[in-house]
Structures are given as structure tokens and as C-alpha cells.
Ligand binder design. Structure first.
Ligand SMILES: Nc1nc2c(ncn2[C@@H]2O[C@H](COP(=O)(O)OP(=O)(O)OP(=O)(O)O)[C@@H](O)[C@H]2O)c(=O)[nH]1
Ligand SMILES: [Mg+2]
Length: 471
């Protein structure tokens, strides 16, 4: 069980990655931050100005340990809201280790993961959603994830949640009044106004929730499944997209037996391309398992690239058979996605091997969103495919839309929605204010959990426990 973060202790941590480097930063936060470092540099910190760097010799007992650049801050004008000293030392693991030992000997405590950010939250420097965004920012490995985290850190999402809460708090107060005047049967809450307000709030929450899968896909990588009968060129396409000979390609149908997933970032959006086993009826158990996995991956993908062979589309009969095949696949995928409670992925039909036969014009099989002509082997049409895949995600990011990516936030929004819906039902049933207040307050509480206005301690420990030490 972590120590309580506001227990009056002074914490210290190496905030840069362990190991050798040009510079390492050791951070100290808490009431003893200044005096402890002051002692290490023999009384030469106290006179320093907060926010101004000072070059000082840090001592380890009698001996100099390092020449360090000290950056002191005075709370509340600091990241944590407490007194802080950052020691920028030379990046030697030995110096960092010794400095940490000296600090602990002087009464500091090594910080727990995320404890600096947790203190920032508890001192009101950041709300919870913003504090989580710091974690996401540190974890961001590609442009899309980075942009989402920066947006959330900016506080737009928190502002919106706070505005929701503010309006609900006013209604809650009026409901309380009705409770006080319970005997006299007066209504302080304007029922129509309340209904309108809650309905528009529900619309906005629905919008935020529907953006979740987009936000999540951007943060984690957009899953794109490559699907189709054997020999259509699925593995060739994966290799062509990756520009690397990753999957085995051969003209033997049934070459790919298992799913194979590779990550690729295209113009800032990260994709997870999944090559799958060719779909066909088979009596081979292993192949059948591969095909089952292919369907499962496709059902939860945001895009399904359904490959067909241009040579099968040269006559009407072939086109009709392929159309039926795609319709069946589309029906199967949408049923599976609904079963999973996921949005149905976009099916792009790729007419492959157009180096061998022309792609038919005016052929739009039902169930497919678009038809693109490509040659995986000759790398024809791949630019258009890449553009199409990134289009919606790039524009979602460009519009600066608020995209919920955090599961915890989604859950709180869902519970808010459920509670507000119940309140509306209660309103329709003519419930009195005190009864409405129960669901209404539940909605308020759930919203409050997002920004941390309402937070059980175990939730905080869970959130900050996933951070790195020193942040
Ligand atoms: N001419 C031509 N041949 C291609 C093209 N794409 C793939 N091929 C060939 O088609 C054959 C099958 O390719 P694969 O990529 O192994 O096909 P697959 O869909 O992965 O097949 P399975 O793994 O068996 O399901 C190979 O001989 C490829 O070289 C293309 O655009 N043009
Ligand atoms: Mg293959």
C-alpha cells in the first residue's frame, strides 16, 4: 500500500532513464527539498532565486560529488505545488546513485511511480484527466498518440466535463430545495428546462462515446485485417506495405496458416496490419483454426482489406460470384462486430493483380465501402490505399476534436449516460425532486471521477501506480 502522498515527506527520484548519458536529472519535492540540497552544496542554495538555474558543487560528505546545475522552485509555483529542486548532474549512474543515497540519508524518501504527478493533482495543479495525459504523453510512441495526449493535457476535455458538472450541480441544488419543502409540494426544478438540458447533454455524451473507438485506434494503432480466399496476394500486400519481406509468399494456396501482425506508421497514424490465412473450406484442423482466427481478427478490425483477383472479374459470372462472396463476408463481419459490441469495420475491396487483368469499371459490390484497384506485386495503387486508410483519422486529429481514449473515462461517461437516462425516465414518470436527485447525483459523481473532483483513494493509487518513477 503506497504511503499517503501528502504525508509531509520529501520525495526524491532519478527522473531520467537509468544508465549512462550526457545529463541526468534528480528531482526532489517537499518541504525539505531546499534545506537538504542546501546542505549538499554547503549553504549555497538558500540565496538562489526560484526558477533560476544555479551552478553549484554538490558534496558527498567531505568530497565533491559533482558540479551540478540546480533548478529550484518554491511552492505553490512549481509542478507539484510544493518546493522542488531539480539537480541536473552529469549522467553517470554512479553519481546518480550516490546523490540518491545522500538524499535518503538526509531524510528524503524515494518517490513511488507517478508520485510527483499525483502530488501535482492533489495540490490542484492538474486535474485527474490532465495528470493521466502526462502519463499518455510519456508513453506516446508515435505522432497520433502524442497529439491525443497533448490535446488532453491542454484541458479541453476537462473544461467540457466541468461545464457539464456545473450545470448539473445547479439542478442538484434546486432538487435539494424541493426536498426541504417536501411537504408543500413546490417544484423548483423547471421540468421542461431540465429535460432539454439533460437531452442535449446525452447527445454530447453519445458523441464523445462514439469517438472512443477512433481515439483508441489512433492511440493503439488502427487494426487493418487483410482478408480473402487463398492466393489472392494478401501476404504479398503485407510485404509491399511494409516494404519488407515479412510474410511467406507462394503460389501454393493455403501458404499463410496463422495471423501475422505488423505495425507501420503512415504519415503520423499508426496501423496494425494483420495478414491472415486464406478463407476456404478445409478439412485440415490447423488450417481451419487459422481461418477461424482470420475471421476473429477481421471482426474487431477498423478496416478489412478484402482481396479479390482481377482475373476472376473479367466476365459477368465471375463478377457475380465475387459479389456474393463479398456480401456474405460483409454480413458475417457485421454480425460478429455487433456481437463484440464494436463498431463494424470499413470494408475496402482491393482488386489485386491488375497487372494481369484490368479491374472492372462500375463494379460496386454491396457491403463494401470502396473498391480500389491494385497490384501488390507491382506496387500499383498502394499510395491511394494508404491515403484512404489514414484519411478519417488524420481529419479527426486535424479538427482538434475531443477524442476519448481512456477506458476509465469511457466507463464514467457510460455510467453518467445511464444515470441521466434514468433521471429522464423518472421525470416522465412524474417522480418528485428527491427521487430524481438519486440518479442525478450519480451522474454528477461519475462525471466528477473523470477530472478527479470525486476520487476514491484506490482509484488514485491505481492511476498513478502505472506511471514511471520520477514523474
Ligand atoms: N502478378 C501478380 N501476382 C501476384 C500479385 N500479388 C500476389 N501475387 C502472386 O500470387 C501468389 C499468391 O500470393 P500470396 O501473397 O502468397 O497470397 P495469399 O493471399 O497470401 O495466399 P494464402 O496465404 O495462401 O492465403 C504468389 O505467387 C504471388 O507472387 C500481383 O499483384 N500480381
Ligand atoms: Mg498468405
Amino acid at each position: 500500500m503506497p504511503a499517503h502522498p501528502l504525508d509531509g515527506t520529501t520525495i526524491c527520484a532519478l527522473s531520467t532513464p537509468p544508465g549512462r548519458g550526457g545529463v541526468a536529472v534528480v528531482r526532489i519535492s517537499g518541504p525539505q527539498a531546499w534545506p537538504v540540497v542546501d546542505a549538499l552544496c554547503r549553504g549555497k542554495l538558500e540565496g538562489c532565486q526560484p526558477g533560476r538555474a544555479a551552478l553549484r558543487i554538490l558534496h558527498d560528505g567531505e568530497k565533491p560529488l559533482d558540479e551540478a546545475l540546480l533548478l529550484p522552485f518554491r511552492g505553490p509555483k512549481s509542478f507539484t505545488g510544493e518546493d522542488i529542486v531539480e539537480c541536473h548532474i552529469h549522467g553517470s549512474p554512479f553519481i546518480a546513485q550516490r546523490l540518491m543515497e545522500c538524499l535518503v540519508d538526509a531524510g528524503c524518501r524515494p518517490a513511488l511511480p507517478g508520485e510527483f504527478t499525483q502530488r501535482a493533482f492533489l495540490h490542484g495543479k492538474r486535474d485527474l484527466a490532465q495528470a493521466e495525459a502526462i502519463g499518455d504523453l510519456i508513453d506516446a510512441e508515435h505522432a497520433g498518440a502524442h497529439q491525443l495526449a497533448i490535446q488532453q493535457l491542454g484541458g479541453g476535455f476537462s473544461d467540457e466535463i466541468n461545464a457539464f458538472r456545473q450545470a448539473l450541480i445547479e439542478y442538484a441544488a434546486l432538487m435539494e430545495l424541493e426536498l426541504d419543502f417536501g411537504e408543500e409540494d413546490v417544484e423548483f426544478v423547471d421540468r421542461d428546462g431540465y429535460r432539454k438540458h439533460v437531452t442535449s447533454l446525452l447527445d454530447r455524451i453519445a458523441q464523445l462515446l462514439s469517438g472512443f473507438s477512433t481515439g483508441r485506434a489512433i492511440a493503439e494503432g488502427v487494426p487493418v485485417a487483410i482478408l480473402g480466399a487463398p492466393n489472392r496476394g494478401k501476404s504479398t500486400l503485407l510485404n509491399a506495405l511494409l516494404r519488407e519481406d515479412r510474410a511467406i509468399v507462394s503460389d501454393t494456396p493455403g501458404t499463410t496458416r496463422d495471423t501475422l501482425e505488423e505495425v507501420l506508421t503512415l504519415e503520423g497514424i499508426r496501423f496494425r496490419f494483420i495478414d491472415t490465412a486464406g478463407l476456404r473450406d478445409t478439412t485440415d484442423d490447423i488450417e481451419a483454426e487459422g481461418i477461424r482466427r482470420a475471421w476473429a481478427k477481421a471482426a474487431s478490425a477498423r478496416f478489412v482489406l478484402y482481396l479479390v483477383d482481377a482475373r476472376d472479374l473479367v466476365d459477368t459470372e465471375g463478377r457475380e460470384a465475387t459479389t456474393r462472396e463479398i456480401q456474405d463476408a460483409a454480413a458475417r463481419l457485421s454480425e460478429a462486430a455487433i456481437g463484440l459490441g464494436e463498431p463494424v469495420g470499413v470494408i475496402l475491396v482491393l482488386v489485386n493483380k491488375t497487372d494481369l487483368a484490368p479491374a472492372p469499371s462500375n463494379w460496386y459490390p454491396e457491403g463494401a465501402e470502396e473498391v480500389l484497384a491494385i497490384s501488390a506485386e507491382e506496387r500499383i495503387g498502394l499510395d491511394d490505399l494508404e491515403k484512404r486508410l489514414g484519411r478519417d483519422y488524420r481529419s479527426a486529429l486535424a479538427e482538434d476534436r475531443i477524442l476519448v481514449t481512456n477506458l476509465r473515462h469511457r466507463e464514467a461517461l457510460q455510467r453518467t449516460r445511464d444515470a441521466l437516462q434514468k433521471a429522464l425516465e423518472g421525470l416522465d414518470a412524474g417522480l418528485s425532486g428527491d427521487l430524481l436527485a438519486v440518479d442525478h447525483k450519480e451522474a454528477l459523481e461519475q462525471l466528477g471521477r473523470i477530472t478527479g473532483a470525486v476520487t476514491p483513494d484506490d482509484l488514485l493509487d491505481h492511476i498513478f501506480g502505472n506511471f514511471c518513477i520520477g514523474k
